[in-house]
Design a protein around this ligand. Structure first.
Ligand SMILES: Nc1nc2c(ncn2[C@@H]2O[C@H](COP(=O)(O)OP(=O)(O)OP(=O)(O)O)[C@@H](O)[C@H]2O)c(=O)[nH]1
Ligand SMILES: [Mg+2]
Ligand SMILES: [Zn+2]
Length: 314
């Protein structure tokens, strides 16, 4: 029987099939084949299962993945790839206006990963009810920047309901995922889409203005009805940083949309747009044709790739 992995906690995987949700383990031999990643089966995976007489199941095969989103693994598996979700149609990075404050460095890393993997990306700015003059000034600059680059932007508030209808409409079909730092309101947004979900949400630490890592595992939630082809959206645990996976220094500039069309015009064909003389990208930064904020993000990411990026989520 075929199914879609909705939830994955340790050795238990909940798989949605035509006959309902089956709780599955993974066949041992299948586990061993996956050395490079920390998790052989993730939410969004299409799998083949065998159902036991007692109603539980065993995952015996995983269909080929397309559109996966991953980050660098933390802890003792550091450096390995940790796949967040597979077979994704669109990934949304969620940020909040305040508590915690919007983090453009996080957004840029996320956008780079999405570009690298060829996944459509969007940006959700939540907690618009907390907007004040200072936040407005800071945020509007980046909103204009990202919108100008062609990324979809949504503005939401779980508190006053702003943008929730639009969010639901934007996610009616396909598989979507919400990623972002802890406390920005990912689970709250999903609860606002469907009150029956009752996902656990947490407060914000007054001292650090950061979230409390309330969501501890990723989960795929049917947005319309319980059927494998309806719209699904993944809720994920908050990440401290978005660690880059697989990207090599020469690929990086191609993942910045506004760099891409200007590549190939530097003096040196293998220019990293860092210290090299005659760099066309740096000229464009000096002429304000490429925003310095994005160039700084690029240099930041280049450094962490060169150092063997070990920035990790939780
Ligand atoms: N003012 C305001 N608070 C919000 C909004 N959305 C969420 N919150 C609050 O922000 C806090 C964190 O919300 P969560 O939904 O748990 O955040 P999360 O992104 O799922 O966090 P993790 O699961 O830890 O990654 C909760 O106290 C929510 O009530 C909003 O639009 N406005
Ligand atoms: Mg959450
Ligand atoms: Zn250059």
């Amino acid at each position: 029987m075929e199914g879609l992995v909705l939830r994955s906690t340790g050795s238990r995987h909940e798989v949605l099939t035509e006959e309902g949700v089956v709780s599955c383990t993974i066949r041992g031999i299948f586990r061993l084949q996956e050395e490079d990643a920390t998790n052989p089966v993730v939410i969004g995976d299409r799998v083949v299962i065998q159902v036991n007489p007692d109603g539980s199941g065993v995952i015996v095969e995983r269909r080929e993945r397309h559109g996966k989103l991953s980050r660098r693994a933390a802890g003792r598996k550091v450096g390995k790839e940790h796949v967040i979700i597979a077979n994704l149609d669109k990934a949304w990075v969620v940020q909040s206006v305040r508590k915690p404050r919007m983090n453009p460095g996080f957004i840029d890393r996320f956008l780079v990963m999405a570009e690298y993997r060829g996944i459509e990306a969007g940006i959700i700015i939540n907690k618009t009810d907390l907007m004040d003059e200072k936040a407005e000034e800071y945020i509007s600059f980046f909103v204009e920047l990202y919108a100008g680059m062609g990324y979809d932007m949504m503005f939401t508030s779980v508190k006053d309901g702003k943008g929730i209808k639009e969010l639901k409409a934007g996610m009616a079909s396909g598989v979507h995922v919400l990623v972002g730092p802890s406390g920005v309101g990912k689970s709250s947004l999903l609860n606002a889409l469907d009150a029956d979900l009752a996902l656990r949400t947490g407060g914000i630490s007054e001292a650090t203005q950061k979230g409390k890592h309330t969501t501890t595992y990723a989960e795929l939630i049917p947005i319309s009805e319980m059927h494998p082809n309806a719209g699904f959206i993944g809720d994920t645990p908050g990440l401290r940083e978005f660690g880059l996976v697989e990207i090599e220094a020469p690929d990086l500039a191609h993942c910045f949309v506004e760099f891409r069309e200007n590549l190939g015009q530097c003096r040196f064909p293998n220019c990293t747009h860092d210290h090299e003389p005659g760099c066309h990208i740096k000229e464009l930064v000096h002429e304000d044709m490429i925003p310095v904020e994005r160039y700084e993000s690029y240099i930041n990411m280049l450094r962490s790739i060169q150092l063997g990026d070990q920035d990790v989520g939780r």
